[in-house]
Write a protein that binds this ligand. Structure first.
Ligand code: 5GP
Ligand code: ZN
Length: 116
């Protein structure tokens, strides 16, 4: 299935649910996480509905990872971050709560930035 009408991220991709988009191309969209763990916390998602890393083809994975450096640089600059963490949860047991693959980009600002 390339699109799941019940999936919140598919709804964001389709524009049915609003989001603060920071990047978009043919294959990928990036938008601010609704719950900002640190300022500028962003999610990068493939436009095709794939549940987790176990469902990614090399093509979907490479299209996604190809734009992560550019997005990370843009966020670092825009929010004046010192660094970023990339984080990706796969499976309920690993803390995944939205079952459309996504990479978290967490800007980091120093000791008291709220991410531990
Ligand atoms: P996970 O726990 O699956 O790795 O991360 C899911 C993330 O999606 C969470 O950080 C959560 O705040 C975010 N999220 C859930 N629903 C929405 C939404 O409707 N809009 C946005 N922008 N983020 C969402
Ligand atoms: Zn989806």
């Amino acid at each position: 299935m390339s699109h799941d009408p019940t999936c919140i991220f598919c709804k964001i991709i389709q524009g049915e649910v609003p989001s603060a988009k920071v990047y978009e191309n043919e294959h990928v969209v990036a938008f601010l996480d609704i719950s900002q763990v640190t300022k500028g916390h962003t999610l990068v998602v493939p436009k095709i509905h794939r549940q987790d890393i176990f469902e990614l083809t090399p093509e979907v994975a490479s299209n996604l990872f190809a734009c992560v450096p550019q997005i990370a640089n843009a966020i670092k600059k825009q929010f004046n971050a010192e660094g970023v963490n990339l984080l990706n949860n796969n499976g309920k047991v690993a803390g995944q709560t939205v079952f459309h693959y996504h990479m978290h980009i967490l800007p980091r600002y120093g000791k008291e930035d709220g991410f531990h």
